[in-house]
Each structure stands twice: as structure tokens, then as C-alpha cells.
Write a protein that binds this ligand. Structure first.
Ligand code: UDP
Ligand code: MG
Length: 316
């Protein structure tokens, strides 16, 4: 049996300026439910005072529990650890930088009571983010949507409420390259969304520079789609058909005109370079999948915990 009705899970990487405010806002919101809750903070190898603040918060309020990682493992892994340790009947994932308004949790809880198992927050607007980030994100969600079988709702982040059953199911999904929002869609059950305006960060800076965003996008695509692997075959067929047509054209031209229609070294060079490029790209795609298979085969633990404070049971 769960000890708490709700677990609020927040991954934290260098969030010293946001943590107290996060605690204040969450407390304010959760008091309104008049039910039991815990706040699960995951310190993902922060280099600032984030851990000290967690220790203070726990001393002040025993409902604050924390997990301290041995190093930085990344956002998705931090969220996973939080889900592994959370003890509530409903688990809410929220960013620690207050870009996700805690007040929305009450709306999610209402839907959960109506019988929904996953309630994700859909961004109707994003404030304080660069034009570039907004558009690449938009494009990314649409690509994912069109090339995967499971339907990951457009413009949603990890801000969501999940029933215990969903979280327990996800514990049996041991992939190391994790894309949590896709994994929750994959699980199924009755899901719905609530809309919100994504606020600016309360303080600090984003930890998702372009390089990380790109890696994240590749994880999402390779984790949920084989389309990139199949693209090489489609392209292969296309080039093969094109070359048969060219052979015919050249032969016929030779018979009737006597002149070679694809003359010159440039034609040869361009064709060879084009095919070389296509082959290298295909190899790269295979390599991308292969690297990920290798990660899974090694079967290393997903994260290393230095200390977990406030939890009754530790996950096996
Ligand atoms: N985060 C984390 N580990 C990381 C990077 C980020 O736990 O390596 C946390 C961060 O503290 C925040 C959340 O993940 O609570 C989202 O990160 P961020 O705000 O940097 O991303 P953005 O909102 O810009 O996409
Ligand atoms: Mg943020």
C-alpha cells in the first residue's frame, strides 16, 4: 500500500535559485488537496548548493525526500530515479525551474479522479524561449508524430500526472536511452491532456543546449521508430530504378543518335559522390542504432545513488 496519495517528482541540476520557491509553490498547491503527499527531489550531480538546500528542506519538512546521484546522469534518468523511489498513488513529474506551473497539478488531480491514468500538460504557449528553440521543438514533435506508431501528443513535455499502475509498468521498461514522454504513451491506458502556458524559468539558465536537444531527439526517434533504418532501402530502390532508366536511355541514344548523352567526367564524379554520401549516411544511421544496442547490452545500472533520504523502501 502506498504511504502517500501524491508524489511530486522534480529533477534538479544546478537549481539553487529555484528550489525554495519550488517548495513554496508546491506546498501551497498541495495543501489545498488536504491529502498526504511527498516531494521527491533528485539531485542530478549539481555543482552548486542544490544538495544543501535539499538537506535543509528535508530538515524543515519531513515530506521533502531527496535522492542524491553520484554524478550527473541527465534529466530523463533523474526523472526515472524519482519515479522508482516515489511512493504515492499518483506521481507528478515537474521541472524544478518553475516553467511548469504547480497550480496545474490540481487540474490534473481532478482528471485523475475522473479515471484518467495519465494526464499530460500540453503547452499552448511558451514564454521566454528563443524562436529557435520553439520552432525546432515544434518540428521535432511533428516528425516524431509522423514516423512512430505510438501517438505521442504534440507539444507536451514531461510535466504530467501518472497513476501508480503506469509508473509500475514503466519500471519494467529498462531501456537506458530514455524518452519518458514516449514511454508513457506506449504504456497506453486512458490518457488526456490539460493545457497550460509554459512560463519563463524562475531563475538560472537552461541545461538543454542545442547539442543535448539533438541527442535527445535522436534518442526519441531511434527509441520509437525503425523508419530511419528503412530509409536506406527506400533510397536504394529509388536509385536502382533511376539507374535502370538511365541504362535504357543511354543504350537507346547510342543506337539512334550515336552520341553518349551522359558525357564528361563531371557526371561520373557527381554520381559517385552522391552515392558515397548516401552510403555514409546509411552507415551512420545503422551506427546510431548499433551504439544504442551496445548501451543496452552492457546492462549497466541506469544511475548510481549516493544517498536516498526519506524513503521507506528502496527500489531493488
Ligand atoms: N535537469 C536535470 N539534469 C540535467 C539537466 C536538467 O535534472 O542534466 C533538470 C533541470 O534541473 C530542470 C529540468 O531537468 O528541472 C529541465 O531542464 P531545463 O530547464 O534545463 O530544460 P528546458 O526547460 O530548458 O528544456
Ligand atoms: Mg526549464
Amino acid at each position: 500500500m502506498s504511504n502517500f496519495r501524491y508524489s511530486i517528482v522534480a529533477p534538479c541540476y544546478n537549481e539553487e535559485e529555484n528550489l525554495n520557491e519550488l517548495y513554496r509553490r508546491i506546498t501551497e498547491v498541495m495543501e489545498q488537496t488536504q491529502e498526504s503527499w511527498e516531494l521527491v527531489l533528485v539531485n542530478d550531480g549539481s555543482a552548486d548548493r542544490t544538495l544543501d538546500l535539499m538537506i535543509d528542506l528535508h530538515a524543515q519538512d519531513s515530506r521533502v525526500h531527496y535522492i542524491n546521484f553520484a554524478r550527473n546522469f541527465g534529466h530523463q534518468i533523474a526523472v526515472t530515479a524519482g519515479m522508482d523511489y516515489a511512493q504515492g498513488e499518483a506521481i507528478v513529474l515537474i521541472d524544478a525551474d518553475l516553467q511548469d506551473p504547480p497550480e496545474l497539478i490540481l487540474e490534473m488531480i481532478k482528471k485523475w479522479r475522473d479515471g484518467y491514468m495519465v494526464i499530460y500538460a500540453k503547452r499552448s504557449e511558451r514564454k521566454g524561449e528563443t524562436w529557435f528553440k520553439i520552432w525546432t521543438a515544434k518540428l521535432f514533435y511533428r516528425i516524431i508524430y509522423s514516423i512512430t506508431d505510438i501517438h505521442i501528443p504534440l507539444d507536451t513535455g514531461d510535466f504530467r500526472l501518472m497513476d501508480r499502475k503506469v509508473v509500475d509498468t514503466m519500471k519494467h521498461m529498462p531501456e537506458r536511452n530514455r524518452f519518458i514522454r514516449g514511454m508513457t504513451s506506449w504504456v497506453g491506458f486512458k490518457q488526456t491532456g490539460v493545457e497550460y502556458v509554459r512560463e519563463e524559468r524562475f531563475a538560472g539558465e537552461t541545461n538543454y543546449p542545442f547539442r543535448r536537444m539533438l541527442k535527445f531527439a535522436v534518442t526519441a526517434i531511434t527509441g520509437f521508430s525503425h523508419v530511419p533504418l528503412q530509409m536506406a532501402m527506400v533510397l536504394g530502390f529509388f536509385v536502382a530504378v533511376l539507374s535502370v532508366i538511365s541504362i535504357l536511355a543511354v543504350t537507346i541514344a547510342r543506337f539512334f543518335g550515336g552520341e553518349a548523352i551522359f558525357g564528361g567526367q563531371a557526371t561520373t564524379l557527381v554520381t559517385v559522390l552522391f552515392l558515397g554520401g548516401v552510403q555514409l549516411i546509411s552507415l551512420g544511421i545503422i551506427g546510431e542504432y548499433l551504439g544504442r544496442i551496445y548501451d543496452e547490452v552492457k546492462a549497466r545500472p541506469m544511475y548510481v545513488v549516493h544517498k536516498a533520504v526519506g524513503f521507506e523502501n528502496t527500489p531493488e
